[in-house]
Structures are given as structure tokens and as C-alpha cells.
Ligand binder design. Structure first.
Ligand code: TYM
Length: 333
């Protein structure tokens, strides 16, 4: 017996970074022990903003390889790319006819991504959260491990599940629980502690990519923004020091310890001492992932075979769920 069914996804829009790893992927790996786990490279979501087709294909394989290199085992988890399982898009359409404009208008990620020129954003970018709800609910998933930035989308997913059930008078979709861990749920930009670490930031020095060389990781940590004060003994002392707090959070995430315990170890020390320790730890955890990923990418046929198999397994769960939805909605089949 497992504790439930996990679904989560990641976009193939560039290199995965430390925020993806600490906020999501390392938890995905751990959850494989107790849950049925389904992980998806969300290429349908990627095209809500313009993509170069050849680059998208490459990035989809890279992200899949990176997940496997991080410890997602194709023998334990279902791993596939979203566009291979058409039930996601089909259910998303039904959800477009359940979700209300008012609900989508509140989504902060749309506002951020659309920027000032909202009239020019794609309809897909606006409807992004209904596709996300479909990703999760087409598997009747019970738990969704994500970083803090996806919380609002998961609340919307629960609203859509409840609205569908009430609209059709059924008790069909579960209301999935977000799993957001306390440590490193929001890893910040290395150059600005007030914005999150992101694939889309123009400067590569704002993030640590899982493919970075050891030298690059060390250099980025060395150049990370800090302040001249020594580290305090208690978390309260970091309240007004976002960059210092972020680096402590990263250390805690990488070492699997509480932030308070890390701080107790480094209390009274300056960043001259802390940064080299952090760099060593980051290299120890991340460098092997990049190396394994490169190996996996050398055998493209095998990687594609794994994704094929994952898509088959995913469709075997999603197809009967969508059939029931069609029945509930009143489609002649
Ligand atoms: P994406 O591709 O932006 O990020 C993948 C995962 O990484 C987490 N994450 C972070 N965590 C901590 N600190 C950060 N700086 C940071 N940056 C990213 C994200 O929270 C996420 O868990 N919409 C999703 C993909 C998606 C999905 C889904 C997720 C599509 N369908 C269904 C869950 C369930 C996204 O763009 O994630």
C-alpha cells in the first residue's frame, strides 16, 4: 500500500537550477519510497511563451536526463513528457469551461509573466493554470510536491476540482494537497535576495545550474551578494538580511538539516568562512548530477525509450479517468 499518488511537473525552458532542485526535485526523489509517483516534463506549458522548436526538443531531453540524474528512477516513477499524453489537453479544455475568468484574473504568475503588455500575452499563458489542474487531476493525484511559487496554482486546482464536482453533482475529483517543505521552498536570486532564483533571469550569476562545473559553482557562490555582518546565532537575526538568509537556507537544503542548526554551527563567523563551506557542499551535491546527466544524454535512443515507456504508463492511468469525465459531462462516445 502506498500513501497516495503524487504528481508534479517541471518546464523544459532552460537549465534546471538549485531552486528547482531544493524546492522540488530532491523532495520528488524522497517521495518515491512511500508514494506512487508520476513526474512530467511539461512541454505544453513551455509553449505558452515562444520557444525555438529544436531547442525545446533538446531542453525536454535535458530536463528528463537531469531528473534521472537527480535520482528519479524510471523503475520507481512514471517519467514522461506532457505532450505525449493527449488526455492532459483534453481535460484542460473541460476545465476551461469550469474555471471562471475572475479566478484566473487573480493569478500572480500570469501578471508577472505577461508583464506590461498583457494584451499581447497568449491565451495559453492565461489558461496555464487550468492545464496545470488537468495535469494533476487526470491522474486523480492526492499530493503535489512543489516550491512555494506554485501554491496559488494548487489552490486553484482544488477550486476547479470542487467546482467540477458540484457542477455535475458528483464526487469524482479529489482535492489534492500541496506538499511544500519548510526549508528552501523559495530559493532566492544570488544577486538579489528579494527575487526568486529563476531560469529566465538574464544573468547566469543569479542562479546555480545543475549543469554548472565545480569551478563555476564555487565562483558563483563567491560572488553571491552578502553583507559585512557576521552570522547571528538565531534565525531572528536574519530577518532583515535576505541574502544571508537565502545562503543559510541553501546550506540547510543541501545538507538536509534545519536552518537553525546550520546557523548555530556558523554563529559569529563571517562570509569569508561560510561561503567556502557552502561551495564545497554545493559541489559535493550538484557536480555528480551534472556528470550523470551528460552520460545519459549521450544515449539519446535509450532516453527516448524511457520517455516512451513513461508516456504509455501515464496514458494507461489517464485514459480511463478521462473516459469517466466524458461520461459525466455528457459526451456521446
Ligand atoms: P517550474 O518549471 O517553474 O519549476 C519546477 C519546480 O521547481 C520549483 N521552483 C522553486 N522552488 C524553490 N525556489 C525557487 N527559486 C524555485 N523555482 C522553481 C517550482 O515551485 C516547481 O515545483 N507550473 C509549474 C510546472 C507544472 C506543475 C504541474 C507543477 C505544470 N503542471 C502540475 C505541479 C503540478 C512550473 O512552471 O514549475
Amino acid at each position: 500500500m502506498t500513501k497516495g499518488r503524487i504528481f508534479s511537473g517541471v518546464q523544459p525552458t532552460g537549465n534546471l537550477h538549485l531552486g528547482n532542485y531544493l524546492g522540488a526535485i530532491r523532495n520528488w526523489v524522497a517521495l518515491q519510497a512511500d508514494f506512487e509517483t508520476i513526474y512530467c516534463v511539461v512541454d505544453l506549458h513551455a509553449i505558452t511563451v515562444p520557444q525555438d522548436p529544436a531547442r525545446l526538443q533538446q531542453a525536454t531531453r535535458e530536463v528528463a536526463a537531469c531528473l534521472i540524474a537527480s535520482g528519479i528512477a524510471p523503475q520507481k516513477s512514471i517519467l514522461f513528457n506532457q505532450s505525449r499524453v493527449p488526455q492532459h489537453a483534453e481535460l484542460a479544455w473541460v476545465f476551461n469551461c469550469v474555471a471562471r475568468l475572475g479566478w484566473l484574473n487573480r493569478m500572480t504568475q500570469f501578471k508577472e509573466k505577461a508583464g506590461k503588455n498583457r494584451e499581447n500575452a497568449t491565451v495559453g499563458l492565461y489558461a496555464y493554470p487550468t492545464l496545470m489542474a488537468a495535469d494533476i487531476l487526470v491522474y486523480l493525484a492526492t499530493h503535489v510536491p512543489v516550491g512555494e511559487d506554485q501554491k496559488q496554482h494548487l489552490e486553484l486546482t482544488r477550486d476547479i476540482a470542487l467546482a467540477f464536482n458540484s457542477m455535475f453533482g458528483v464526487d469524482f475529483f479529489p482535492t489534492p494537497e500541496p506538499l511544500i517543505y519548510k526549508t528552501a521552498a523559495r530559493v532566492m536570486n544570488l544577486r538579489d535576495g528579494s527575487s526568486k532564483m529563476s531560469k529566465s533571469d538574464d544573468s547566469d550569476f543569479t542562479r546555480i545550474n545543475l549543469t554548472d562545473s565545480s569551478e563555476m559553482i564555487a565562483q558563483k557562490i563567491k560572488k553571491a551578494k552578502t553583507d559585512p555582518e557576521p552570522l547571528p546565532a538565531e534565525m531572528a537575526g536574519l530577518a532583515e538580511r535576505p541574502e544571508a538568509r537565502n545562503l543559510i537556507g541553501i546550506y540547510a537544503g543541501l545538507s538536509g538539516r534545519e536552518e537553525a542548526a546550520v546557523l548555530a554551527d556558523f554563529a559569529g563567523q563571517g562570509f569569508g568562512k561560510f561561503k567556502p563551506a557552502l561551495a564545497d557542499l554545493a559541489i559535493e551535491v550538484i557536480a555528480p548530477i551534472g556528470a550523470r546527466m551528460t552520460e545519459l544524454l549521450e544515449d539519446r535512443a535509450e532516453l527516448d525509450r524511457l520517455l516512451d515507456h513513461g508516456a504509455e504508463q501515464a496514458a494507461a492511468i489517464a485514459a480511463p479517468v478521462l473516459d469517466e469525465v466524458k461520461q459525466i459531462v455528457g459526451f456521446v462516445r
